[in-house]
Write a protein that binds this ligand. Structure first.
Ligand code: NAP
Length: 248
């Protein structure tokens, strides 16, 4: 039996990269998977087929994470279709990188709305469901830059730091109902998000990583599996870095 047999997971932003790897890992471990995306409809269809081929129930929803209304509609639909929600992985995120003095208000707002306000939206909708169930695991996808900051990523770093404080607050508010809340802080992971970086920047990142390699989406999915499973039943309010020992 898989580590997540009988569980239902909702994953935001699962059509690519880390979210996709988590969806597949969860399905391999027996979870039914509801997931969201913004624009990649054909990738969503492909993923649904892959998940179903693993023998689980899977549905992809187009739902803009930055919209409070869409998050609440989504959770209502997932409940109707799947009956419950045991694990929430809030993974959807974007970057709009530049130095602070060149950053427009639009760049700030887009990142804060998609990465951080979205976490309020989905938590507000899912936490009461988990509280009624008397159990659940919420996982927010933060980042090592949410701990250490990063030049050229003031908006992104602030959004990821916000997720860490949010997870600790949710852990305290909902712990008595058996709901756990934790963050994963990935380092440099090979996905579309980091594919835009030059070879030079990429090499300089790797030099600063103890394990001397970039991470893979599957590396992060392993941590998400632990936090989503009952193996982490006494773990809440924590941030686990998945960064290969990246130097700060
Ligand atoms: P990615 O390859 O760019 O994929 C992003 C995913 O989020 C896609 O499925 C995308 O859907 C979805 N998404 C974006 N905006 C959305 C919205 N408004 N509503 C719903 N879904 C939305 O990113 P990734 O590298 O896998 O990163 C996943 C998460 O890990 C992000 O939160 C990121 O900040 C975090 N992270 C990544 C790294 C890294 O090195 N890659 C490091 C630290 C943290 P569409 O395909 O429809 O656009």
């Amino acid at each position: 039996m898989g580590l997540l047999a009988g569980k239902v997971a909702l994953i935001t932003g699962a059509t690519r990269g880390i979210g996709r790897a988590i969806a597949l890992k969860y399905a391999q471990e027996g979870a039914d998977v509801a997931f969201t995306y913004l624009s990649s409809a054909s990738a969503a269809e492909e993923l649904t087929n892959e998940l179903e081929a693993l023998g689980v129930k899977a549905v992809g929803y187009r739902s803009d994470a930055s919209s409070y209304e869409e998050a609440h509609t989504l959770v209502g639909e997932v409940q109707k279709t799947f009956g419950k929600i045991d694990i929430l992985v809030h993974n959807a995120g974007i970057t709009r990188d530049t130095l602070l003095m060149r950053m427009s208000e639009e760049m700030w707002d887009a990142v804060i709305n998609t990465n951080l306000k979205s976490a309020f939206n989905i938590t507000h909708a899912v936490a009461p469901v988990m509280a009624r169930q008397r159990g659940g695991s919420i996982i927010y996808m933060s980042s090592v830059v949410g701990i250490g900051g990063n030049a050229g990523q003031a908006n992104y770093s602030a959004s990821k730091a916000g997720l860490i404080a949010l997870s600790k607050s949710v852990a305290k508010e909902f712990g008595a109902r058996g709901v756990r809340a934790n963050c994963i802080a990935p380092g440099f992971i090979q996905t579309d998000m980091t594919a835009v970086l030059s070879d030079e920047i990429r090499a300089s990142f790797v030099e600063n990583i103890s394990l001397r390699r970039a991470g893979t989406p599957e590396d992060v999915a392993g941590v998400a599996l632990f936090l989503g499973s009952d193996l982490a039943g006494y773990v809440t309010g924590q941030t686990i870095a998945c960064c290969g020992g990246m130097k700060g």
